[in-house]
Design a protein around this ligand. Structure first.
Ligand SMILES: Cc1ncc(COP(=O)(O)O)c(C=O)c1O
Length: 322
């Protein structure tokens, strides 16, 4: 029997042999004393890729986001983010519990919003109001089905945030996907953003690990909160080493159709009851959507064929990409 393909998430991966070797051979120290060379190398590499001054290695994307919020706000402040953002939906109320901040929602299509929307949400300087301190953008957007922010729109939001005295954080758990899909480097995408969180366990296949990067003063403060939240580790080089052995993401957009389309077709051929629609590539990379009750395309209905992933109609499931 064919081995099932587990498409629940890009996190359902196994370390490659190269990663296991890198883990076994990792040069380590005690990272809480700041002397694990493998962690230091990874943090330096994150700075190179993101263009930020400093970075700190953390166990998860959730912790990276939470120290981002805690280190750039004070209790009672307000954070602007999309209502569907990961920090709101999937981080267990962390912003309220760990940072004592409220969230204000900037709505828009599939996890994005505009600079004008942000402008309309920032509260005036008045003793009655919470201080709007931070805006958080998520790129690619998880609940927005992998939506890549148009780069100019992201830059406009960051620019407006600065104009209004806010800092701008990018939840870039899958920023590598945005880079590959758009053809822009991670640095270009981030532009003037003040901070970013990135994950090695998503899209890259590392078993664990994320990083928070920003200016040196913010990262220094974030290190204190990493410790407070229980995320400072000892011989963490064994974890950081796996990232070095990850396959390198290409820094150019794919020229051919993304592999997810053929994967979707193959999966549907194996089990015709389960149909999969593949993301359209550029704006939602890495997204495979399960369509349990597919609407047969008009061509298939006319011919009396069973519903399937087909290419005979623009409305057929394989092409919908939504
Ligand atoms: C956009 C985004 N941010 C943060 C996270 C949190 O990462 P972790 O599961 O490592 O805590 C995820 C996880 O999928 C995510 O999709």
């Amino acid at each position: 029997m064919n081995k099932p393909i587990d498409l629940r998430s890009d996190t359902v991966t196994r370390p490659t042999d190269a990663m296991r070797r890198a883990i076994a051979e990792a040069e380590v120290g005690d990272d809480m004393f700041g002397n694990d060379p493998t962690v230091a190398r990874l943090e330096a590499r994150v700075c190179e890729i993101t263009g930020m001054q400093a970075a700190v290695f953390v166990p998860s994307g959730t912790m990276a986001n939470q120290i981002a919020i805690r280190s750039q706000t004070e209790p009672g402040d307000e954070v602007v983010c999309h209502p569907d953002s990961h920090i709101v939906h999937y981080e267990t109320g962390g912003p309220a519990a760990l940072s004592g901040v409220t969230t204000r929602f900037a709505d828009g299509p599939r996890g994005t919003f505009t600079a004008d929307t942000l402008r309309g949400l920032v509260r005036p300087d008045d003793q009655h109001f919470a201080v709007t301190r931070l805006v958080s953008l998520e790129n690619t957007h998880n609940r927005g089905r992998g939506r890549v922010w148009p780069m100019e729109q992201l830059h406009a939001v960051v620019g407006t945030a600065h104009e209004l005295g806010l800092r701008a954080h990018v939840d870039g758990a899958r920023l590598w996907n945005a880079s590959v899909a758009s053809g822009h480097s991670v640095r270009e995408i981030l532009g003037d953003a003040d901070s970013v969180s990135v994950c090695f366990s998503k899209g890259l296949g590392a078993p664990v690990g994320s990083a928070f990067a920003s200016d040196a003063a913010t990262v220094k403060r974030a290190r204190r909160f990493r410790k407070m939240f229980g995320g400072a580790m000892r011989q963490a080089g064994v974890l950081a080493a796996a990232r070095a052995a990850c396959p390198r993401p290409p820094h150019r957009p794919p020229r051919r159709r993304p592999r997810q389309r053929p994967i979707a077709r193959r999966a549907a051929r194996r089990d015709p009851r389960r149909h999969l629609a593949a993301g359209s590539g550029r704006d939602q990379p890495g997204v495979l959507r399960s369509l349990r009750s597919p609407r047969p395309c008009p061509g298939c209905v006319r011919r009396g064929s069973p519903p399937k992933v087909c290419s005979c109609s623009p409305r057929g499931p394989a092409r919908s990409g939504r």
